[in-house]
Design a protein around this ligand. Structure first.
Ligand code: SAM
Length: 255
């Protein structure tokens, strides 16, 4: 019997040994090792945070408490902040991310300015119908992206917004489009499907770098994959991107 990283319950046992509430901790630990998304002082929003393993890794990544920083977790399920690896910088909110107004989420960030890292590990209740599950997961992913870069304006049904973008290509993005700070990072979990490629095409021009990651701790039977988006462009750059519009159009097409 093998006890290495290839064995089915290796990450489960390691999570128990190290005091993490779920094996998913190792997915964020791998992201941290490869991309260093969370640094001392970061303000982290963790969408779909139950049972709290990413809260633990996020808080650990902030370093000692006097370095500052904050972690806000939101989940439909009520989540108690784990006692291990978390401190007073971690808080959780029980709510449906699909319905919670963006400004209410922004209000949870330090000085209400927004977050420097947004993580979405949200996942629908898997039905086993591959296309349905992938579509639901894309919807959750789009919500995370929309919150980060400002879906609310881009998807509003006011045709004037669309006309303005189309007429001169310089449609004005509002002053506070999303809740991810310029230079910030976004991680989105998706279930593999045709839509996944399109999703990354939309993200690419908005961020300095985008990469796909299938973490070692992902179960072999799972179709999950993470899009890591690093370095959100500044507002000035976003305003000049005609592709910002396609996010809105794409979301509108899908929902
Ligand atoms: C895979 S779990 C997250 C695991 C978590 N990252 C951890 O390490 O402990 C996915 C979570 O997404 C949550 N979720 C799914 N849809 C949601 C929604 N619309 N709003 C808030 N949470 C949602 C589920 O309740 C579930 O707890």
């Amino acid at each position: 019997m093998s006890g290495g990283a290839g064995s089915p319950d290796f990450f489960y046992r390691e999570a128990q040994r190290l005091g993490y509430v779920a094996r998913s901790a190792f997915k964020l630990l791998q992201m941290q090792k490869q991309y260093k998304l969370i640094t001392p002082g970061s303000s982290v929003l963790d969408l779909g945070c139950a049972p709290g393993a990413w809260l633990q890794v996020a808080c650990q990544s902030l370093g000692p408490i006097n370095n500052g920083g904050a972690v806000v977790g939101i989940d439909i399920k009520k989540v108690k902040v784990p006692s291990m690896h978390c401190d007073a910088r971690v808080q959780t909110v029980c709510a449906d991310v699909m319905n919670l107004p963006k400004e209410q989420i922004r209000a949870l960030s330090p000085k209400q300015k927004g977050f420097s890292v947004i993580l979405s590990d949200m996942c629908p209740l898997v039905s086993g119908i591959t296309t349905r599950d992938a579509a639901l997961s894309a919807e959750l992913g789009m919500r995370a992206l929309g919150l980060a870069v400002g879906e609310a304006v881009l998807v509003q049904s006011d045709d004037k917004v669309e006309e303005k973008f189309q007429s001169d290509g310089s449609g004005s993005v509002p002053k506070h489009p999303g809740i991810l700070l310029p230079g910030g990072h976004l991680v989105v979990k998706l279930l593999e499907s045709e839509d996944v490629k399109e999703f990354s095409q939309i993200c690419k021009p908005l961020f300095r770098k985008t990469s796909w990651l299938r973490p070692k701790a992902t179960r072999s039977c799972s179709r999950e994959i993470y899009l890591i988006c690093q370095g959100l462009s500044s507002l000035r750059v976003l305003q000049q991107l005609p592709l910002s519009l396609s996010l809105g159009l794409w979301i509108r097409r899908k929902i």
